[in-house]
Design a protein around this ligand. Structure first.
Ligand code: AMP
Ligand code: ZN
Length: 110
């Protein structure tokens, strides 16, 4: 979609190293990690946010993607985050699931 940075990453218009890829999703390291492990899982198809995600098959692919990525990289304990909307911290409006790991994570996050 237009000038969406995550579409460009998914379409390989911007060179980026994927930690995982299949027909529906790709996963890559966050450019500004908040923990020793900080990976983003995104659909290849442009969907703005969780509020716009109507495709139940794609929902399943994204969540299964988290399972596959953590399995591949042997990540045992991790947090999965989806920020939806500006006030909730969403900065890139192409849905992405954060996988955060490698340090103790406090709850609630604040
Ligand atoms: P959010 O605030 O939930 O929208 O998360 C957006 C995330 O994308 C942030 O953690 C950014 O550090 C990350 N990010 C932005 N641009 C890039 C990029 N080109 N490659 C990798 N991660 C990025
Ligand atoms: Zn996009």
């Amino acid at each position: 979609m237009g000038d969406c940075i995550f579409c460009k990453i998914a379409n390989k218009e911007i060179p980026s190293e994927f930690v995982y890829e299949n027909e529906h999703i790709v996963a890559f390291n966050d450019i500004n990690p908040t923990a020793p492990v900080h990976i983003l899982v995104i659909p290849k198809k442009h969907v703005e946010s969780l509020s716009e995600l109507e495709d139940k098959n794609l929902m399943a692919e994204l969540l299964d993607g988290v399972r596959l990525v953590t399995k591949k990289l042997n990540i045992k304990d991790y947090r999965t985050v989806i920020n939806t909307g500006k006030e909730a911290g969403q900065e890139v409006f192409h849905i992405h699931l954060h996988i955060i790991s490698g340090r103790p994570l406090k709850w609630p996050p604040g």
